[in-house]
Design a protein around this ligand. Structure first.
Ligand SMILES: [Zn+2]
Length: 185
């Protein structure tokens, strides 16, 4: 297989998503795949998990980055080494639609006291949330916002902090991400 990144897609409180919202999750994964497919690393296997609302309890309600950290710590997938990506319906914060460490660390149980995996919401349109999924995974693999390093981005790019658009990975971004320990050759 090409240089790739395997993912565990963990839908939090999946039983309270409407069919339309579940479709938005799947379509967002497809948009993320399309963004990464331009120059790689490509999204490889997507393993699917879900957590019922009654099991997640208050951990499904995210008010900010601290709650995302608690969620990611509690529900780490221990059966494989793929990147955990948590999906929630919404984040109850006026500005935030997702969180990720920049870059994230490999080895699930080694990260203590900080966010260990991307946590994304399906806020906005499907185009918006597809961009959010790719954006936060990009952060995990070491990509900064374009505003921090314009040399990595084109004029429109999914790593712009403000209004991201669904443009693909640039060659410079691919080179950065391929070096990350979570990416498999
Ligand atoms: Zn960002």
């Amino acid at each position: 297989m090409a240089v790739h990144l395997d993912i565990n897609l963990i839908v939090v409180a999946r039983d309270v998503f409407t069919p339309a919202e579940l479709k938005q999750v799947d379509d967002s994964v497809d948009i993320m795949k399309a963004i990464f497919a331009t120059h790689g690393p490509v999204i490889g296997t997507v393993n699917r998990f879900h957590i019922d609302a009654r099991v997640a309890g208050v951990d499904a309600i995210l008010l900010g980055a601290g709650d995302a950290m608690a969620l990611a710590d509690r529900f780490a997938v221990s059966s494989n080494d793929a990147l955990d990506v948590f999906v929630v319906k919404r984040i109850f914060h006026p500005k935030d639609v997702g969180y990720s460490p920049v870059p994230g660390a490999c080895g699930k149980k080694t990260v203590k006291g900080r966010l260990r995996a991307p946590v994304v919401s399906i806020a906005g349109s499907t185009a918006d949330s597809g961009n959010t999924f790719a954006h936060e995974v990009g952060h995990f693999l070491g990509l900064p916002h374009c505003e921090k390093d314009e040399s990595l981005c084109g004029p429109a790019n999914f790593m712009r902090a403000a209004s991201g658009t669904n443009t693909g990975v640039t060659p410079a971004q691919a080179v950065t991400m391929i070096r990350h320990c979570q990416v498999t050759l």
